[in-house]
Design a protein around this ligand. Structure first.
Ligand SMILES: NC(=O)c1ccc[n+]([C@@H]2O[C@H](COP(=O)([O-])OP(=O)(O)OC[C@H]3O[C@@H](n4cnc5c(N)ncnc54)[C@H](O)[C@@H]3O)[C@@H](O)[C@H]2O)c1
Length: 352
């Protein structure tokens, strides 16, 4: 069988992890073209990985390059236009998270994929982590009973990546749309993808970039600057149609120690996904803590992207069901829209 020919739109930080994945799947896929607004960056990427075709405009790439599928790894504001253009040009798409800037765009992307008969997969890469797989198996076996509550949190003390991330017209928002996406999705995914019904949320923009901090380094995006018009932090209570309530806390900047915590409370047992996977069950009248033995306790970026990309190209080759379908990206965007709306109005927002 011919290899699946891949184009990458956006050759910044995360595209290198997509490339790791495509190289690991070189038996069935091959990256044949790349595109970035920044020509030097696109050329350097193409040279590093031996990609023959380089573009600065994705419309040109979609028209001229022989491609079957693309990875969209641009700033958030280009996810919808690039994905829709690719789908209309007959390509399958793996689009990075968040699927779009808002739910309306995300729905249009999902509808375009359906009309074109092409796969639109959302880059919910944490669904491919070993700890997620292990906990999913425990939950699907019924060991935790009904999950009625989950608490998910990522706290960064001084972690605003700057550049496009903190520029609302290119990102759509701050900590919530960046980090919140991953952990809200995990709460939904592990609980069996319930639909959200209501959200009460708040966002905070009190601390900003803190440009004068000394003594520590932080991750800075490729085109770093200190412009910021997005939230440092967000908190929300999200109610789902299976009765589960998720408490979310996410910060880019906070007067608190860095941490990542996810806990699920069920009628028969509970589980902590992060910082370390641990299952809590009563056994023979004793309170048991069970720690599955895993190769990677936390997240190994190369491992999760390799599995995500393998899944994408396998779905294309075999027409098999996708673990991260577009509709899950749409539901996620409906939740984010509702948090921002609730933060703006001070009231609970219903989701339909
Ligand atoms: N899954 C994850 O864990 C994860 C981690 C980091 C970033 N991301 C997502 O990946 C995306 C990219 O993030 P990044 O950190 O790589 O950013 P980045 O700034 O390093 O790279 C983005 C690149 O896209 C290019 N670009 C922007 N608009 C374009 C357009 N219209 N056409 C062609 N190129 C365009 C930029 O020039 C830049 O080189 C974001 O959506 C982000 O949310 C996901």
């Amino acid at each position: 069988m011919e290899k699946i020919r891949i184009g990458i739109i956006g050759t910044g930080s995360i595209s290198h992890f997509h490339m790791v994945g495509y190289r690991a799947s070189s038996d069935i896929a091959q990256v044949t073209a790349v595109c970035d607004l920044n020509e030097d960056r696109a050329r350097a990427f193409a040279e590093k990985y031996g990609v023959p075709h380089v573009y600065t405009n994705y419309e040109d790439m979609l028209r001229e390059a022989p491609l079957d599928a693309v990875s969209v790894t641009t700033w958030n504001n280009a996810h919808a236009p690039a994905t829709i253009a690719a789908l209309k040009a007959g390509k399958h798409v793996l689009c990075e998270k968040p699927l779009a800037m808002n739910a309306m765009q995300a729905q249009e992307m999902a509808d375009t994929a359906k009309a074109a008969g092409k796969l639109l997969m959302v880059g919910f890469v944490r669904r491919f982590a070993q700890n997620t797989d292990a906990l999913k198996a425990v939950i699907e076996a019924g060991d935790l009973g009904e999950i009625y509550s989950s608490q998910v949190s990522i706290v960064r003390r001084w972690g605003n990546p700057g550049g496009w991330f903190s520029d609302k017209k290119r990102s759509g928002g701050g900590a919530l749309i960046d980090l919140g996406v991953h952990i809200i999705d995990l709460a939904r995914y592990l609980a069996g993808n319930p639909h959200p019904v209501s959200v009460y949320g708040a966002t905070f923009s009190r601390l900003g970039m803190k440009p004068d901090i000394l003594g520590v380094e932080k991750y800075k995006t490729a085109d770093y600057d200190e412009y910021c018009d997005v939230e440092d932090a967000a908190t929300a209570l999200i109610r789902f149609d299976n009765g589960m309530v998720t408490y979310l806390n996410v910060t880019w900047v906070d007067n608190a120690e860095d941490s990542s915590k996810m806990h699920f409370s069920g009628s028969k047992g509970g589980a902590q996904l992060e910082p370390v996977l641990e299952i809590y069950q009563d056994r023979h009248h004793y309170l048991n803590n069970i720690r599955p033995k895993l190769q990677y306790q936390g997240i190994d970026m190369e491992d999760i992207f390799t599995k995500e990309i393998r899944h994408f190209v396998t779905c294309i080759r075999d027409h098999s069901p996708c673990r991260c379908p577009a509709e899950d990206g749409v539901w996620l965007m409906k939740i984010l829209d509702a948090v921002y709306e609730s933060a703006r109005t001070g009231h609970e927002v219903l989701i339909r």
